[in-house]
Design a protein around this ligand. Structure first.
Ligand code: ATP
Ligand code: MG
Length: 617
């Protein structure tokens, strides 16, 4: 049975049971701001599950494209994709547990349909918790179903392993709402026993919910009885619904495995991906069997990106756009792991395979190629950038620190890369890790410090622009800003109290300070001013900030530059006992690190006004 037949049989079966077939909704939900992408077939149906009548009736079935960003880290195993197709059937206040479970079992095991060996099928049921009770009804229905198939169905004990029963109960058997609110309820899942040996890494014994891969969850029947409200409480739904979801790729893998086409039920080895694998093997001269994880990530992320683009998303550093960017970036990283190759043919093949079922993929072919090209180019820049960083010895790490066996990435550098090239720290960690034999981890603390500082500086910078203030966000400007306060006070002490600031402009290289004064400064005055400033720097005075009302600030004798508009509350920066001034900042914490202050130029800038250019060396 090929993949085309699996889709068709599913829809035929449920059509025979009175269901209307509905088309797949787009990956981007239309009116639901609580989620980025459609994560399950029920998603587009939420209004109908909540009680609105559906134009096609109470029984519906579909093949829905889904994207689960939560599963991105899982990709690489034999069961998880970010993008996958979900086969689903629904009862909108019509049939309930009995029909749903019976039909699921019939479709899986009947000769006319999937013809799975009933002895290989296991069921799980909700164990109950503080919100809802054990689902005894589903246990009873399953026992009847298995009995009819000649199988004695005991309720097993997961701790004793799968041999202890046929039906297992777990607290996990609860399907939460797709967003933060919405319909939910207990569920019953069906597993296929592949018969593969248990992997002890995942636990002493194997049972349906064990993650070792022996048992594959293929189908989930959710019995929606509740609505989760924004305050976290549950209310009964007006109608009781059934919402089911079956993983298409997983089923195709089991069918090919049973047909003997593949040796293990690995969806990536099925006809859904085999032609893509052949292209990658040819291009990279690497074998899938030697690099299964890298191949799977490339195949999954590439396919997901194709679908996301064709549903109208463009890469960016935010929300859906970032998901797309991350998919392509991780795909590129894994391509590099295989030695890099041109993947145009893989994209083309993916489009060719899916355009028959999803015509939008064919229609958007050009757009898909363009977006890939753009993002791939962007990635190559990042790749080169990170390689250079690695070569620059010690430049990347916080003093060569190693924490928990991982090399520490200096958060300031990471933040800088994020600002200039849009490389998010999580991507940088992965990039560096894959380019070396070491594992890299961000120094989150100094990253956050850098980020906070930047946010503060940009905020203040916006305010400052009015006065022609900050133009640059570097540490140098903070230093020069503090130096300007020292200069202001020194001018007043040397030249007299009539001195008042009338303007200023600070770049990373120099400060410009305009003030009221009737005549040109003498060389002697300039020397005295410089000396006074440098004296304060040497004293390593503490810079402190206090927020207060402007009137209070003036009362306390803080200098204020009246060319600037102040809000109700102002920051008063005190530098030791030397200076007190109203200012938006930013400033260094101590004057000790400022260096040597020199006045480079002194000139007139209008009647009764002088201008000083000063630098720190
Ligand atoms: P699992 O526990 O295996 O991650 P799940 O509990 O998240 O699955 P459901 O939310 O119940 O799965 O989704 C319904 C069906 O969709 C599952 O029974 C499974 O067959 C399939 N499915 C779920 N997640 C994925 C995925 N990431 N990739 C492929 N198929 C999936
Ligand atoms: Mg599940």
């Amino acid at each position: 049975m090929d993949s085309r037949q699996v889709r068709q049989k599913y829809l035929d079966f449920f059509q025979k049971k009175g269901h209307a077939i509905i088309p797949s909704a787009p990956l981007v939900p239309k009116d639901d701001p609580t989620v980025l992408f459609t994560t399950a077939g029920m998603h587009p149906l939420v209004p109908y599950l909540m009680g609105e009548p559906h134009p096609l009736g109470k029984r519906l079935a579909s093949v829905q494209k889904c994207l689960r960003t939560d599963d991105i880290e899982e990709v690489g195993d034999m069961r998880h994709f970010t993008f996958f197709e979900m086969l689903g059937n629904w009862s909108l206040g019509d049939y309930f547990k009995k029909e749903a479970l019976n039909w699921s079992f019939e479709f899986l095991t009947d000769k006319k349909w999937l013809n799975l060996d009933p002895k290989r099928v296991y069921a799980t049921v909700f164990a109950g918790n503080k919100d809802a009770p054990l689902d005894k009804e589903s246990i009873k229905i399953w026992q009847e179903i298995f009995e009819k198939a000649g199988i004695k169905a005991e309720v097993g004990n997961a701790k004793k392993g799968w041999q202890s029963g046929r039906i297992f109960v777990y607290e996990d058997n609860w399907w939460g709402p797709a967003g933060q609110t919405g319909p939910c309820g207990p569920d019953s899942e069906m597993f296929y026993d592949t018969g593969l040996p248990h992997d002890k890494k995942f636990g002493r014994v194997c049972h349906p919910n064990c993650d070792c891969g022996r048992f594959v969850e293929i189908w989930n029947d959710v019995f929606m009885q509740f609505n989760k409200k924004a305050n976290g409480s549950f209310e009964s739904l007006k109608q009781k619904n059934v919402d089911t979801g079956m993983g298409f790729e997983r089923v195709v893998a089991i069918m090919e495995f049973l047909d003997g086409k593949i040796k293990i039920p690995d969806p990536f080895q099925t006809e859904l991906f085999s032609s893509m694998i052949r292209i990658i093997e040819l291009k990279s001269r690497k074998k899938y069997e030697n690099y299964p994880k890298e191949f799977r990530i490339i195949l999954d992320h590439l396919r997901a990106a194709v679908f996301v683009i064709s549903d109208g998303i463009e890469s960016s550093n935010k929300d859906r756009g970032y998901v797309l960017r991350k998919l392509i970036t991780r795909m590129m990283m894994n391509k590099h792991k295989l030695g890099d190759f041109n993947n145009k043919r893989v994209i083309n093949e993916t489009i060719d395979i899916y355009k028959e079922f999803y015509p939008e993929i064919g229609k958007n072919k050009l757009k898909i190629f363009k977006e890939f090209e753009k993002e791939e180019e962007r990635f190559e820049t990042i790749w080169e950038k990170s390689r250079k960083l690695l070569k620059r010895k010690g430049g990347l790490e916080t003093g060569g620190k190693i924490k928990n066996g991982k090399r520490v990435i200096d958060g300031r550098i990471a933040f800088d890369l994020e600002q200039t090239h849009g490389i998010k720290p999580e991507i940088l960690e992965e990039l560096l890790t894959m380019q070396t034999k070491d594992t890299y981890e961000l120094d989150r603390e100094n990253y956050l410090v850098a980020k906070k500082k930047h946010q503060k500086i940009s905020r203040e910078g916006a305010k400052q622009r009015f006065a022609g203030g900050l133009q640059d966000h570097s540490e140098e400007t903070a230093k020069l800003h503090t130096a300007a306060h020292l200069l202001h006070e020194a001018l007043r002490r040397i030249l007299g109290e009539h001195v008042q600031q009338v303007g200023s402009n600070i770049t990373a290289e120099r400060l410009r300070f305009d003030f009221s004064h009737p005549e040109k400064l003498t060389d002697e005055q300039i020397k005295k001013i410089e000396d006074l400033v440098n004296e304060q720097i040497k004293k390593n005075l503490k810079v402190t900030k206090k927020v207060m009302g402007l009137t209070e600030a003036k009362k306390q004798g803080a200098l204020a530059f009246f060319g600037q508009r102040y809000g109700e509350k102002v920051n008063v920066y005190k530098i030791g006992f030397f200076s007190k001034e109203v200012c938006a900042g930013p400033h260094v914490d101590f004057t000790g690190g400022l260096g040597q202050f020199t006045i480079e130029k002194e000139e007139s800038c209008g009647a009764g006004k002088r201008r000083i250019y000063g630098v720190l060396k």
